[in-house]
Design a protein around this ligand. Structure first.
Ligand code: T4K
Length: 369
């Protein structure tokens, strides 16, 4: 039996990429805002339908620098979700800010907007919410709360490339949004990421932050770092952008196939994709098991059959050693419930329907034993 990994990097045809990068052997210009970088910035702005976009070396640096660009006061509190990849929490803390963990909802696993206000104190400066699995946070309610309390809103849209809410690109919500273009994502530049926003001022600030603050050979205007995307990554991004719509359609078909085969299995809860306001990108296919024991058993047994699911996201970031007992949080009842039961099944555009059949048959057999 072939192994089926949780995801598989989408790549263009070999010749297409090689043809594109040939010019780099002529120019020898391989990084520092080269032509491919600038072309990709423009094309992604267009694709995501956002007013401004700054490319970054990866999604994490996009988040770290995006938060930094908002110049929040050191030691300020940030209300956030623990049900995410550690990058989200690390980016807050590495900016000298304090995460305050808020519970999530059990239907789409995003931050529970009804519980945000009770966590606001006079130290709260921002909300960092995550469009987890590409599921859209309640952006309207979150913005209302932020406006009422004068808070910045940052969306970790690492999973949400191409998602639209009410026909508007998801990168338009909040003060900034960040995307990940990691090899495991719906759209990849090998490693890469971007910050989206709507002000020239932030573009300049991010340019400085990602390029050591250098504006010209003798002018250094800020305490920047290095988070530039190189030309090989940008070229991969230019090639992959041509196929992303097709790939999302292939994902959608596979998700439908999964749902048809899993919807009648007792003890499984599937995501509800029926929401006319949301254009989904089908980034992940999470299922929720009845309890922790069942989830762990299914994970192990699938592994024995060379089917590699993942427990995205267990443990909660609030429970990892660097944060446990060191940060404040409300009762994370739903987050714990979900994190203990969630399992993400393999999903990528060239996963065949027959492989989905194999995965579903295994699940059905394992759960009925
Ligand atoms: N915010 C959120 C909410 C995020 O989920 C992430 C990243 C970030 C921020 C930060 O963005 P980046 O700085 O990463 O751009 C993966 C990814 O590395 C990570 O990007 C992602 N989230 C996270 C959810 O998943 P791992 O540790 O699970 O990856 P790994 O190496 O185990 O790979 C998983 C599977 O992907 C492999 O079994 C096979 C496939 N794969 C992997 C690689 C590296 C490929 O097909 N090709 C590859 O090159 O973290």
């Amino acid at each position: 039996m072939n192994e089926i990994l949780v995801t598989r990097t989408s790549m263009p045809e070999y010749d297409e990429y090689i043809e594109l990068i040939k010019s780099l052997w002529e120019s020898h210009w391989v990084t520092n805002m080269g032509n491919f970088h600038n072309e990709l910035e423009m094309k992604l702005k267009n694709y995501l339908g956002v007013p401004e976009l700054s490319l970054m070396v990866n999604g994490h640096m996009a988040l770290e620098m995006g938060i930094q660009a908002l110049e929040l006061p050191y030691g300020g509190e940030v209300i956030t979700t623990p049900f995410t990849f550690v990058s989200t929490t690390h980016a807050i803390v590495r900016n000298g800010l304090i995460p305050v963990f808020c519970d999530i909802k059990t239907d789409d696993y995003t931050i529970d907007e009804t519980k945000i206000e009770s966590l606001i104190t006079d130290k709260t400066v921002a909300i960092v919410a995550v469009h987890v699995y590409g599921n859209v946070c309640n952006v309207d309610k979150i913005q209302e709360i932020a406006n009422r309390h004068n808070l910045k809103v940052i969306y970790d849209a690492a999973h949400a490339f191409g998602v639209k809410y009410k026909n508007v690109g998801i990168g338009n919500y909040g003060d900034i949004s960040i995307f990940s273009f990691h090899a495991t994502k719906v759209y990849n530049t090998i490693e890469g990421g971007a910050v989206t926003f709507n002000s020239d001022k932030i573009y300049d600030k991010l340019y400085n932050l990602k390029n050591f603050g250098i504006r010209n050979e003798e002018l250094i205007v800020d305490v920047g770092a290095n988070a530039k995307m190189n030309e090989f990554a940008a070229a991969m991004g230019l090639c992959n952008l041509k196929y992303v719509d097709k790939n999302i359609q292939l994902r959608k078909k596979l998700v439908k196939h999964y749902i048809e085969r899993l919807c009648n299995i007792k003890g499984l809860v599937l995501l509800d994709y029926h929401n006319d306001d949301i254009e989904h990108n089908y980034a992940y296919f999470p299922i929720l098991l009845q309890d922790n024991e069942m989830r762990n058993m299914l994970y192990e047994k699938l592994k024995c059959e060379k089917i590699y699911s993942r427990k995205y996201f267990y443990p909660l970031t609030s429970d990892i050693d660097c944060y446990k007992n060191k940060v404040s949080m409300c009762e994370l009842k739903n987050a714990r419930y979900v994190s203990d039961r969630i399992l993400v099944l393999p999903l990528y555009p060239d996963l065949g329907e027959s492989q989905v059949d194999r995965i579903c048959q295994s699940i059905s057999r394992i759960l009925s034993n």
